[in-house]
Each structure stands twice: as structure tokens, then as C-alpha cells.
Design a binder for this molecule. Sequence first.
Ligand code: AP5
Ligand code: MG
Length: 216
Amino acid sequence: MNIIFMGPPGAGKGTQAERIVSEFHIPHISTGDAFRAAMKEGTPLGVEAKKFVDQGLLVPDEITVGIVRERLHQADCAQGFMLDGFPRTISQAESLDAILESMGTKIDAVIDLQVDRSFLLARLTGRRICKSCGSTYHVVFNPPAKENVCDKCGGELYQRSDDTEEKVGTRLDEYINKTAPLLDYYDRQGILRKVNGEQEINTVTAEINSILRGLK
Ligand code: AP5
Ligand code: MG
């Protein structure tokens, strides 16, 4: 089962992917997480990505596609994968199709988490992430049991550097201009599945689970 999660910044892609992974046992591939890990380690990829991520801009396609191509060829993707935050441009989507074709596989469903812009700023500025395991929380909508401490591993929580009001504005513009056109691209292929991402987190998970069980 090969799935893509789409939706604007703060739609809940990472939150839902974390939950879905535990039922379907396929790897969760987030290009945003890959860039942040490389930035933390200070690798050449991280240094390059930082120039864009810190401004809320998309990282150039050739860099992003290279990472995904390498990741999809790893053994744990043979039974399926869940892409979160990739593709984000038509060019990335075409590259993905070509990579999958060369591997003899294809995308089964694109889950579009639909959330109005008015919800997103509060979601993003209140988001907290575990430094150790990457679990996502929200100070109001999904708080940890103990402030600033991860429920799962006890790690310290931090705020992403691009989760400021100014950067969120740029990220949303990037989404509208470059990523939203992909919805039509996948709709034409008949694989787009829309989910109301404004509902409570567990309700969204249940809807996605029911779509994915239908694909198995
Ligand atoms: P990335 O990390 O992918 O960021 P994004 O797309 O902006 O999405 P987010 O991670 O901010 O949101 P999400 O939908 O995962 O929401 P979450 O579940 O955390 O990318 C970061 C950067 O990397 C990009 O700006 C770009 O520079 C670069 N990049 C990445 N991929 C790229 C690509 N393909 N090409 C080029 N550049 C790329 O939820 C948000 C908050 O809301 C959390 O606090 C959560 O607890 C809460 N929440 C979630 N669901 C609900 C709900 N139903 N109700 C209430 N609260 C909720
Ligand atoms: Mg995310």
C-alpha cells in the first residue's frame, strides 16, 4: 500500500501519519523530517536545505527528489510506504511517478487533509515536537501529560523555527502556489481521497483508517 498525505502546513499530515503507521506497519517518509535531521547534523544537505526551510520556502526539486528516490529503494519500502509532505510540486510528482514506474509500483491513494487557512496559524504556533523521538503535540489541542515532556519517551519538547507567524504566511503561500495544483493532478488519476481535517484528531484518524482498510 503506497500512500501520500497532502494538505497545507499544519493540516495534520505528521500527526495522522504517526498514528496510521502503528496500524499498517509501513514506513513514514517525511521530507520535512529528513531536512530537519540533516540540518541538526549539519551535513552538506542540511546546510543547503536550511537556506530554504528557515525562510519557509520549498527546497529545490532536484535536492528533494534525490532524497526520496534513495529512501524508496530501501528494503523496508518493499511492502509499501507513506509519503508526508512529498510531492509538493508538479515536477516532484512527475519524478515520483517515474521512480515508481521503474520499481514496478504506483501510488494507491492520496489523502488530502482539508483544513481552512483560519485554523492553521493556531495549530502551528502551538505545536511542540519531541527532540528525541519526533512525536508531535499541541499546547492546547493535544498536550502532553507533563508540560514540555514527551509522553512516549520522556524527551524534551521544542518549537520548530519555521512555526512563527511570519514563516507560516510564506509556507501557506508556497502551498497555494506550488502544491495545491497537485490536487487536480491526482484527482484526474482517480486516486484523490478528501478528508475533513478540521475534525477532532481521533475522528480524522478513524476516517483515514477506513479509507486505507478499503485499499488492502
Ligand atoms: P514539513 O515539515 O513537511 O512542513 P509542512 O508541510 O509545513 O507541514 P507541517 O509539518 O507544518 O504540518 P503537518 O500537516 O505535518 O501538521 P502536524 O501533524 O504537525 O516541511 C517543512 C519544510 O521543509 C518546508 O517548508 C520546506 O522548506 C521543506 N520541505 C519539506 N518537504 C518538501 C518538498 N517535498 N519539497 C520542497 N521542500 C520541502 O499538526 C500541526 C499541529 O496541529 C500539531 O501541533 C498537532 O498536534 C495539531 N493538530 C493536528 N491535527 C489536529 C486536529 N485535527 N485538531 C487540532 N489540532 C491538530
Ligand atoms: Mg509535518
